[in-house]
Write a protein that binds this ligand. Structure first.
Ligand code: NOJ
Length: 639
């Protein structure tokens, strides 16, 4: 039947027509024919049910169905391809997320001095635990605590007699685990101080080594020397970092052992150096020698790579990255320091501590600070992460070195530079060293001995100043392990918390800015070459605003024309953070920025063109974890 008039509204006709088209099928097995299955000829019609292929094809080839069908088909294909491609594209185009150690300053806690929980005058783990809110108030995500392992405390815990136990001064392993859990519960991380160079002379390895017990015989660096009565003629002229010979005679083994630091800290033998010929020289100071046999030894970086590999192994899960920071005493030799970053093929530390801003605080000037910034940034391997330190447990406090004014300026610098900042506890308050008038008290507690002077670093280790109650709220003991600085009555957390112009308020504003503003976290830093001020811009590609940091490290008031520093700088900017809070939100004409001695400002500026794009002769730009912001999507992409 060729002339059936196919009409959508004519299902019955079509059906009948279909039967006629296949009379043999219909006859052979009428009941199995799908479109007549079980139906009497006068059964009610079901639209399209059982439509034969030919009929279906006639319909489906009509344009209106074809268009719909093909459109749907391609839509589905495109959607499926997009589903596969989009995540891949996002992964490929997204910049690396900043890791936990890149997101906030590292706050250094010297545990003996932070908070005493049991009234024995010494800070402990439960004390730190009781102050976890404080870290949150400071917008701190990473806490570093100095060694808390079992130790005779000859070098405040850096002389470790058991690397696997907690020293009872600080508490128990349970206290440590509770502290760690609470830190993690708050989304923070704990950085432990690992000291592989040496052990305590009370470590069982050393005891065994002294007795030449087989396995431990060469754990330390033993050399023959001559001992006559109280006199020792050491194998050579090497001097320890803490002064005096780096060799001490051991009566039991009848040899001398090497110690980079105090005699109570025998160096572990990570290498097996040859016997060196004794050089005849009278050397008194550590710095009088080249330490080419005693530091940065051949194979040192192999050892560090092994540690890196070990940490990588433990870094498997997301968010569990194990950070490695190294501390070395070759700060002045920048190339040596940079080697701790490793190479692009073989990473070592995430960063070596940058002590440039610690080492030369006697020399504060625009030129000196600019030079230090340049040394680190221009020597750091490409695409690595910078870091900055102002003070630690081994150096007089920054506020004592440079005075309260520049201490603020330096903190503003520290917290606005690219990379990770490290804050030694109390620096956020402007804490000072135990002053000289406290000396009598101090020496009572100092570790000095006649034969081997241990440097006295208690000045910078005095207890944290929490409030103006007894012992500055650090401890309820009658006597604390070292005295609390008497300025605690006015210089403490409680007082400064409520002062809009305090150092603590400044610190909190700066860490908050870092936490909330993309340009402060990643992207470009352009340093301007200006004799009057230290000035730099932080910007992220794609954002039409940036931050300009201007700091007066000079010794007189200055008036700077910032528009001269870059073509894109003109008009007004808003003061986001001023050094004492008094100029916050002020609108500033970039042509005329006046800064008092030590004054600093973070300006927010809407720029029409990127600063880093148009390098002039007066500026140097560096990128760290560069990423491009896409305003329409509100996401970051690689660029
Ligand atoms: C480095 C530490 O920072 C310092 O305090 C300690 O005295 C030496 N290592 C020796 O362990």
């Amino acid at each position: 039947m060729d002339n059936v008039n196919f009409n959508l509204n004519d299902e019955v006709t079509i059906r009948s027509a279909s039967i006629d088209l296949h009379p043999e099928t219909s006859r052979a097995d009428d009941s199995k024919t799908p479109w007549t299955d079980g139906m009497a000829s006068d059964a009610p019609d079901t639209p399209y049910a059982g439509m034969p292929k030919e009929v279906l094809l006639r319909f489906s080839s009509q344009m209106r169905y074809r268009v719909v069908r093909e459109t749907l088909f391609w839509l589905i294909v495109v959607a499926m391809v997009a589903l596969v491609v989009a995540p891949i594209a996002i992964i490929v185009l997204s910049p690396r997320c900043l890791d936990w150690w890149q997101m906030s300053p590292i706050y250094q806690v010297y545990p003996l001095s932070f908070k005493d929980s049991d009234g024995d005058g010494k800070g402990d783990l439960r004390g730190i635990w009781s102050k976890l809110d404080y870290f949150e108030e400071l917008n701190i995500k990473s806490i570093w605590i100095n060694p808390i392992y079992k130790s005779p405390m000859k070098d405040s815990g850096y002389d470790i007699s058991n690397f696997m136990e907690i020293d009872p001064i600080f508490g128990t392993m349970e206290d440590f685990e509770d502290l760690l859990t609470s830190i993690h519960d708050r989304g923070m991380k704990l950085i432990m101080d690992y000291v592989p160079n040496h052990s305590s002379n009370e470590h069982e390895w050393f005891e065994k080594s002294r007795k030449r017990e087989n396995a431990h015989k060469d754990y330390y660096m033993w050399r023959n020397c001559i001992s006559e009565g109280n006199n020792t003629i050491p194998p050579n002229n090497w001097v320890s970092k803490f002064g005096g010979s780096a060799w001490t005679y051991d009566d039991l083994r009848k040899q001398c052992y090497f110690h980079q630091f105090s005699p109570e800290q025998p160096d572990l033998n990570f290498t097996n150096p040859e016997v060196f010929k004794e050089a005849e020289k009278t050397v008194i100071h550590y710095d009088d020698l080249y330490h080419d046999y005693t530091t940065t030894q051949l194979g040192l970086h192999d050892v560090i790579r092994e540690w890196r590999a070990l940490l990588n192994k433990k870094s498997g899960e997301a968010g569990k990255y194990r950070l490695m920071i190294t501390e070395s005493y070759d700060n002045s030799e920048i190339k040596k320091t940079m080697m701790y970053y490793g190479t692009n093929l073989q990473y070592e530390a995430d960063f070596p501590f940058n002590f440039l801003l610690v080492d030369d605080q006697s020399n504060i000037s625009v030129a000196a600070i600019s030079k230090l910034l340049d040394i680190w940034m221009s020597n750091m391997p490409k695409d690595r992460w910078p870091n900055w330190v102002l003070g630690n447990h081994d150096n007089p406090r920054v506020a004592s070195n440079v005075g309260p004014t520049y201490a603020r300026t330096l903190n503003m610098l520290l917290l606005t530079l690219p990379g990770t900042a490290t804050t030694y506890y109390g620096e956020e308050l402007g804490m000072t060293n135990l002053n000289d008038s406290n000396d009598e008290d101090e020496s009572r507690h100092s570790h000095k001995t006649l034969d081997q002077p241990m440097p006295d670093r208690n000045g910078e280790r005095s207890p944290m100043q929490w409030d103006n109650s007894t012992n500055g709220g650090f401890s309820t003991a009658n006597e604390t392990w070292i005295p609390v600085n008497q300025n605690y009555k006015t210089l403490n957390v409680q007082v400064e918390k409520d002062q809009s112009s305090s150092m603590l308020t400044l610190y909190r504003k700066l860490t908050k800015l870092h936490q909330s503003e993309l340009p402060m976290q990643r992207g470009w830093t352009c340093f301007f070459d200006n004799p009057q001020v230290v000035a730099f811009v932080r910007e992220t590609d794609g954002l039409n605003r940036c931050f300009i940091v201007v700091l007066n490290f000079g010794d007189m008031q200055v008036n700077v024309n910032l528009t001269r520093m870059h073509i894109a700088l003109h008009g007004q900017a808003t003061v986001r953070i001023s050094i004492d809070g008094t100029r916050d939100d002020e609108s500033i004409n970039l042509q005329s920025v006046t800064l008092l001695v030590g004054e600093g400002m973070v300006l927010e500026y809407r720029n029409s063109q990127p600063i880093h794009d148009n390098p002039g002769p007066q500026k140097k730009c560096y990128s760290t974890e560069k990423a491009c912001y896409v305003p329409m999507l509100g996401i970051l992409l690689k660029c």
